[in-house]
Design a protein around this ligand. Sequence first.
Ligand code: FES
Ligand code: FE2
Length: 387
Amino acid sequence: MFVNKTKLPHLLLPEHYSSQSQYEVEMEAMFRPQWHWVGSLHDAPGDGDFFTRELFGVPILVRNHQGAYHCFLNVCPHRHSTLSSECSGNSPTLKCQYHGWGFNVDGSSGRIPDAKNFRPMSGGPECLKKFALAVHGPLIFVSLDPSCPPLTEQFAPFASVTDEFSSDRWAHAETWHYDFPANWKVVAENTVESYHLESVHTDSFRFEPEDAIEHEIHDGGTIMRATIKSSPWSTRFSNWVTTQIQPGCSPQYRMHHLFPHLFLMRTDVMLQVMVLMPTSPTTCRVTVSVFVLRREHETIWSKWLTRFWGRVKTSAVKKILAEDASLYPGIQTGMEHSPFKGCVSTREELVHALQNHVAEKCGLRSEASRDEVPVRVDAPVSNEGGR
Ligand code: FES
Ligand SMILES: [Fe+2]
């Protein structure tokens, strides 16, 4: 069931998908002040394990300290070296790779080699810069903005997707990246609409009839629920695998979009996570991870089945994303030359919800939004069936 009953305006103009000024506004108003999915518990599973990343050019280091995760700016206060240049590793203590300054879990400096030569140290020893970190299910999030509201607030309507099972039940299958030649909104809008499935994913990804699709629109994102169309054989096989791993697990497809850039997809015993990071006005980097549930009491057989299902699901997701990827250059080219306003159907209403979020955050109100006011299902429609 859809939220709206009538077609919707295309709130963003084509130029909003390629302009440098729009890109800069989005970065300041939407992306930098946001929580970002930077990795998963399996990236640093043991005490002292760490991984490093770049978040919008800012080097960060995430470290597991006795099972708790902490995030630091990956820069040493002594003479500015990165603490570690490795993508991941293990160190018994948090220590700079250059002169070996040690740091405590709160970022305060610990052992400083030859410390007497730093006397007097005005204002006390230097500290690492620490960033906010939150864990949801198997996922680790970081915010560079100290004033960012708690992730739990933003996550509330979507929490069931990660809270349904304890984080250690999720086995990581694979993580991979794409660099797409398209504005991030091209990819995001394509991800949240099911209208293109029939023409683009003819053999790989279809839903049961559209009246079986359910949409929810929240302030912080959207949810789509649908039933995936598959052959009787494939449905039977999938149900059998699911029953082996988690009896009673819902086979329904659920896609949670947390504005602006995070997607959590659940179906049977699989969790797919996808994040879009803008890299320029016309390019973005996409990171995807697939997780599969472990059986509560694992056996050799169930471990094998979880690994097997991870490979099956990963390969299905890659096929679908490759089909979408083949469209992005054409959509981006069209955006850069379009004289049209565009329009959005009720089936594409989650695209409208994202555009509305972007327009509000960026202070945009296009001509289109003044022309047409959508009608929601719970409102009376005077010209039902009209165009
Ligand atoms: S730069 Fe880190 S200890 Fe010198
Ligand atoms: Fe698609």
